[in-house]
Design a protein around this ligand. Structure first.
Ligand code: SF4
Length: 326
């Protein structure tokens, strides 16, 4: 029996960090056994907020594919694509744009949020407003049954489902309504205690060397009330402790107790965290080093992914054109 299909993608905007790894990638790797997965590097989406300077998109695409592979995405099990290699995404986006009311896009909460965040930038473009339509096309061109999402992305997926419903109502049943597959959410704080995010410049990259990890953790903010080594700590407000919860599960109770009793200094506590993070990242680094020794690997994987994806996407478009009588 065919497995249900999943589509998900990330924008090639730079190297991935631990927040991306725990927020999405680890989950993607797990899904590979039970689903027929298509994972995209959605390079057209990168243009929606950064169309002026495109100099890094190709290099970032390669980095992102390397991050996928190093994390454990297996191109034999899953299809890895660069969105712009599969032109059917664009055709379907165009057709969906004809049936999507503007009001659906304007009410999208992330649209308003991004407008606020990126204030001062020239992003009031057709492409920016319409980016959920392109996202719907990315998902529905593969007739995905499910989409791994975080709670914050649910409104976008709902829009995809609305577009599928509207299409099916107007032209006949072609598309499934993809279900959300909620990620097991592990929110990692960044080095400054806020959510780990590239825009806050507080990330630890997945491909960071052991020394880079150590330096980043040495500079992390801790409990501000713990000024002297003898002051008792408050682990619940400390971002180092929040990372220990993820990376040091077996010694977490000891660390918590030692922090509260001032039995450990923050320098030592950070050293232990750096050891744990490095131990976790080492197999990922090793895979990456091995992959880097294979020239042409990323090109081959993307070429193979595009070939396999186009077959699925073109079959969908044939149905779409027939249903729409064009
Ligand atoms: Fe944070 Fe560790 Fe210092 Fe406690 S001992 S405040 S958990 S860094």
């Amino acid at each position: 029996m065919a497995k249900p299909r999943i589509f998900s993608g990330m924008r090639p905007t730079g190297k991935l960090h631990l927040g991306n790894l725990f927020g999405a990638l680890i989950n993607w790797v797990r899904l590979q056994d039970d689903y027929d997965c298509v994972y995209g590097v959605v390079d057209w989406h990168a243009l929606t907020t950064a169309y002026e300077d495109t100099s890094e998109i190709r290099a970032n695409t390669r980095e992102l594919v390397m991050d996928y592979l190093a994390a454990g995405i297996d191109p034999k099990k899953s299809i890895i694509i660069r969105q712009s290699d599969v032109k059917q995404h664009a055709e379907l986006c165009l057709l969906f744009s004809m049936i999507t009311p503007l009001s659906w896009l304007e009410r999208c909460p992330t649209y308003k949020e991004q407008l606020r965040e990126l204030e001062g930038r020239e992003i009031m473009t057709h492409g920016f407003l319409g980016y959920p339509v392109l996202m719907a096309a990315d998902i529905l061109v593969y007739k995905a049954d499910a989409v791994p999402v975080g709670e914050d992305q649910l409104p976008h997926l709902e829009l995809t489902r609305e577009i599928a419903r509207r299409f099916n109502f107007l032209y006949g049943p072609v598309f499934p309504e993809p279900q959300p597959k909620l990620n097991e959410v592990v929110l990692l704080p960044g080095t400054d205690g806020r959510k780990m995010s590239k825009s806050y410049n507080n990330v630890i990259e997945m491909s960071a060397s052991a020394d880079e990890v150590r330096r980043a953790i040495e500079n992390m903010v801790t409990d501000p009330a713990r000024i002297r080594r003898t002051d008792p700590g408050h682990p619940e407000v400390c971002s180092v402790h929040a990372l220990h919860k993820v990376f040091s599960r077996t010694m977490l109770d000891d660390i918590t107790r030692d922090c509260v009793n001032a039995g450990i200094g923050c320098v030592d506590c950070k050293r232990r965290l750096a050891d744990a993070v490095n131990e976790f990242l080492e197999p990922i680094r090793q895979r990456r080093r091995a992959l880097e020794r294979e020239p042409g690997l990323v090109d081959d994987i993307l070429a193979d992914g595009a070939k396999r994806a186009r077959v699925i996407a073109e079959a969908t478009l044939e149905e779409v054109r027939k249903a729409m009588r064009i």
